[in-house]
Write a protein that binds this ligand. Structure first.
Ligand code: DX5
Ligand code: ZN
Length: 226
């Protein structure tokens, strides 16, 4: 069954605890926290204290997505704050393998995110070293951007490698995910759907998560159709 990683970027930054509680009640599987530094991307968001405080209000695992330069400087703080997974942004990281090892040394799950224009070769070369590949379907930096359909072949290729080599790597899809494109994402092998805007489109956060989960049951993936 596919999973939902709820991105709080689109939530109410003055009341994140209430949003996270509702997301959990609706059946979200992960909480996704985007960390933006105002340098790699033109946006500023949260810090380790946000994760520390959210850790107290939810039992869901927290994925911290570092859309920033020098991720190695903050990884330990986020893990100490309670992150269950650290997502490193490939394009802003000088030493991907060294940084992956830094996360693993703390017994934390590690994920690598790839921007839409980064070639599949990079994903293919790291897919065996991480717990998750986050295949981004928008440019890093902002929620609410349109989904880039041209990234679907990369999702398919990643899931084919995982199936043929019997890897346990999760394929996450991040950016612009909504009711219209979910069937396409699932058919191409996307498994962990990172969703922001669509879950916060109105005040019924819990219901929005429930409806999305319902859609998963109705969508047949290629694997099930064969
Ligand atoms: C974009 C972030 C995404 C974003 C997804 O830089 O990495 O996680 O929050 O949000 P939506 O669903 O609004 O695209
Ligand atoms: Zn993200």
């Amino acid at each position: 069954m596919p999973t939902i990683s709820a991105s709080i970027l689109a939530g109410n930054h003055a009341n994140l605890a209430a949003d996270v509680i509702e997301l959990e009640q609706g059946g979200a599987d992960w909480i996704h926290v985007d960390i933006m530094d105002g340098h790699y991307v033109n946006n500023l968001t949260f810090g380790p204290k946000t994760v520390e405080d959210l850790r107290k209000v939810t039992s869901l695992p927290i994925d911290v997505h570092l859309e920033m330069y020098r991720p190695e400087l903050v990884i330990d703080s986020f893990i100490s704050a309670g992150a269950d997974m650290i997502t490193i942004q490939f394009e802003s990281c000088t030493h991907p393998i060294r940084t992956i090892e830094q996360v693993k040394a703390r017994n934390c799950q590690v994920s690598m995110a790839f921007a839409p224009t980064t070639s599949f070769d990079q994903i293919g070369s790291l897919i065996r070293d991480v717990d998750q590949v986050n295949i981004m379907t928008v440019e890093p930096g902002f929620g609410g951007q349109p989904f880039r359909k041209d990234v679907l072949p990369k999702i398919k290729l990643a899931s084919e490698i995982i199936a043929s080599e019997k890897l346990h790597t999760i394929v996450a899809v991040d950016g612009g995910v909504n009711i219209q494109n979910i069937p396409d994402i699932l058919r191409n092998g996307g498994h962990n759907l990172i969703i922001g805007t669509m879950l916060f489109v109105n005040d019924n956060i819990k219901e929005n998560v429930e409806k999305t989960k319902g859609l998963f049951c109705m969508t047949k993936t290629t694997k099930e159709m064969i």
